[in-house]
Design a protein around this ligand. Structure first.
Ligand SMILES: Cc1ncc(COP(=O)(O)O)c(C=O)c1O
Length: 384
């Protein structure tokens, strides 16, 4: 059945691809092998033998499900250990697990909203942040992507009248559709304007900072709160909020997405815990990812691809005409390559793009094949 928006022609038709078995970056689509540039497995840890062994052991020791909310009986020693290690990894006092990154963002926005804190948010933040904010009765101001001057003006204006609580600025460490970052400029405002800075670092953890400690560590800045998904470099499923002890305690007492939702499976907690250990002990995965990013960028520049500037694993190639984007995407799939095809409303009008996710697990040959196929597909499609 079509949704009302599709009937009205407001959103492009979306469909899912039913995939078969995965062998690292090779996935099977009805028997046909495809090289995936779609998955956010930035360090290739979802297929690391230690991660798989840890998940298998947890399955044996704890069963396949927690079968309960964390506040009832779903919080195991694996969940506890993961929360402690996440907090340590991100240099935050405490961390709290949620069933997904989406629910973590909802819970955080709802909690901060209860303090009557106004929000200032980058317009391109993830849908879960925007949806959480849409339910707020507090003041919410959206500033244009990365426009720190705009933000500064709003913060100054806000500071002119007395307030009980400082505003919260919400941003992403690495933006999920652009792969870019400007947290340092934003954090610099904290030196002379009081506000709390909350970032979603789903795409920075594992990718940036020493041993993958994330965007804040990479840029040497302090943030108050970090949220994230375990479904990217952490090779698992679930989400978290990391911040002060009082924030975490207040969430345990009141966050409905925590209290009324089944805790993530022990195998997922164990996989993420092991991924954190690997980030600390095997830095060559992060190095391999950055070698691949630099390799892709050198060739993409030579080919004059219309790439969004990004030094992270997310590389966007803008193809403003959505029909052309579809043609190019289909040609690439035919060549055995899978990547995201992103259209409005997920991105702004004229911002349609191919979203390429690079991983430490890609070989140079696979990246060469991607680039050669892009060259052919883009050339074939005259006028791109
Ligand atoms: C920036 C960002 N935040 C949150 C999420 C949601 O995380 P999860 O998939 O764990 O719900 C995503 C996932 O797409 C994301 O890209």
């Amino acid at each position: 059945m079509k949704t009302p928006e599709i009937i009205l022609g407001k959103t492009p038709y979306r469909s899912r691809r039913t995939l078969g078995k995965h062998h690292g970056v090779i996935i099977h689509d009805h028997g046909k092998p495809l090289i995936s540039f779609s998955h956010n497995d930035y360090l290739g840890l979802a297929h690391h033998p230690k991660v798989i062994a840890a998940a298998q052991q947890a399955l044996q020791d704890y069963g396949s499900s927690t079968n309960a909310s964390p506040l009832v009986a779903g919080h195991t020693e694996l969940h506890q250990a993961l929360e402690e290690q996440l907090a340590k990894h991100l240099s935050q006092p405490k961390a709290l697990l949620f069933s997904s990154g989406t629910l973590a963002n909802y819970a955080l926005i709802r909690r901060l909203g209860q303090n009557k804190q106004p929000f200032f948010v980058d317009k391109t933040c993830h849908a879960s942040i925007m949806d959480g904010l849409a339910q707020q009765t507090n003041k919410v101001k959206r500033f244009p992507h990365n426009d720190t001057h705009f933000l500064e003006r709003w913060l100054h204006k806000h500071g002119e009248s007395p307030h009980e609580n400082p505003p919260v600025v919400v941003a992403e460490g690495v933006y999920s559709m652009e792969g870019d970052l400007n947290l340092d400029k934003m954090a610099a405002l904290k030196q002379y304007i009081p506000f709390e800075l909350a970032i979603d670092d789903s795409h920075g953890i594992g990718v940036l900072g020493k041993n993958g400690r994330g965007t804040a560590e990479h840029l040497g800045v302090q943030v108050n709160i970090i949220t994230g998904s375990l479904g990217k470099a952490l090779a698992s499923h679930g989400g978290f909020i990391a911040g002060s002890g009082s924030l975490i305690e207040s969430l345990i007492q009141s966050a409905r997405p925590l209290i009324y939702s089944t805790a993530i499976p022990p195998a997922s907690a164990s996989a993420a815990l092991t991924a954190l250990q690997i980030m600390a002990n095997e830095p060559h995965h992060q190095q391999a990812l950055h070698d691949n990013i630099a390799y892709f960028q050198r060739q993409a520049e030579a080919l004059k691809l219309n790439c969004i500037p990004s030094k992270t694993a997310i590389q966007g190639i803008i193809i403003p005409n959505t029909d052309k984007l579809k043609t190019v995407h289909q040609a690439l799939v035919k060549q055995g390559l899978l990547m995201g095809m992103i259209r409005p409303p997920s991105v702004p009008k004229n911002g349609s793009r191919l979203r390429i996710c690079l991983s430490a697990a890609h070989s140079k040959e696979q990246i060469d094949r991607l680039l050669q196929s892009l060259k052919i597909a883009l050339k074939l499609d005259h006028g791109v």
